[in-house]
Design a protein around this ligand. Sequence first.
Ligand code: ADP
Ligand code: MG
Length: 290
Amino acid sequence: MNDQASKLRILKKTQFQPLKVSNSVRVIAVTSGKGGVGKTNLAVNLSIVLQKMGKNVLLIDADLGLANVDLITGITPRFNLFHVLNSQKSINDIILEGPAGIKIIPGASGLYSLANLSENEINCLIKAFSNIDMSIDIIVIDTGAGISKNVINLVRASREVIVITTPEYTALTDAYAVIKLVHEYVEKIHLVVNKADNYKVAEATAQKLINTSSKFLNTTIYYLGFILEDKTIFQANMEQVPFYLKFPNSLSSKCLLNIGRKLLESELDSSTENQTVGSWLKKLLSFMLR
Ligand SMILES: Nc1ncnc2c1ncn2[C@@H]1O[C@H](COP(=O)(O)OP(=O)(O)O)[C@@H](O)[C@H]1O
Ligand SMILES: [Mg+2]
């Protein structure tokens, strides 16, 4: 029998157990067209801000890049999803307690090769995610950059995405390319402009993307805000402390706080079905097995 087809059958059969405490989560993927625009910094620090605002946040590190979550937070994970797949560890063993109490699933870049997993491994992963033993309100996924099939699938499986760009022309056109590929799948596309010299530059940048997406894709982009170009972010990265914790009063931390507030104000339409960790993973697998 066709291998992909039999994996799809497994998916159809699998019933997901709701998470133990809260069973509906907001799944938000952070992505960009171009690398090095600030995804990991935004994913880590936004997770911290949301946690401080009273939400239970799980950060999934699915960025294959160099400066990934462990480097920015100074956390050295010993185990990752591969140990779960090998049955050496349970999912709850690999989830780390991060800064400000956020939870982190490290080294989840393995999610990109889901389609290559065996049926057994797929079952194992689905069970693992259904067994997450803690209450989670928001999942933030730090994805890789670019328009590779893997990253796009990860974004398409999420109900919400934050696209991050800098004012630079190439970053902007690459961001538009990502929006073009995901807009028919995700319910809400948020935008953050990073490394802006001032708010006017950020707003002009955002407006370009908003107008183009509206005109050519008939898609609404929600502008969440901007983060200024700020040397303290680089400094915080060097010291492996999230910038929001290292320099809470910096201008970039204030920018981030605004982004967090705006994100919490913008709830999705509750008339559509809620997303759970299980339904998100199932959707991801169904995209990957196509
Ligand atoms: N607002 C900012 N101002 C100055 N430097 C920044 C800013 N945001 C990110 N950086 C720097 O840009 C580089 C890339 O950031 P990172 O978050 O790793 O991006 P990505 O995950 O998209 O590759 C890092 O060196 C980081 O310190
Ligand atoms: Mg990164």
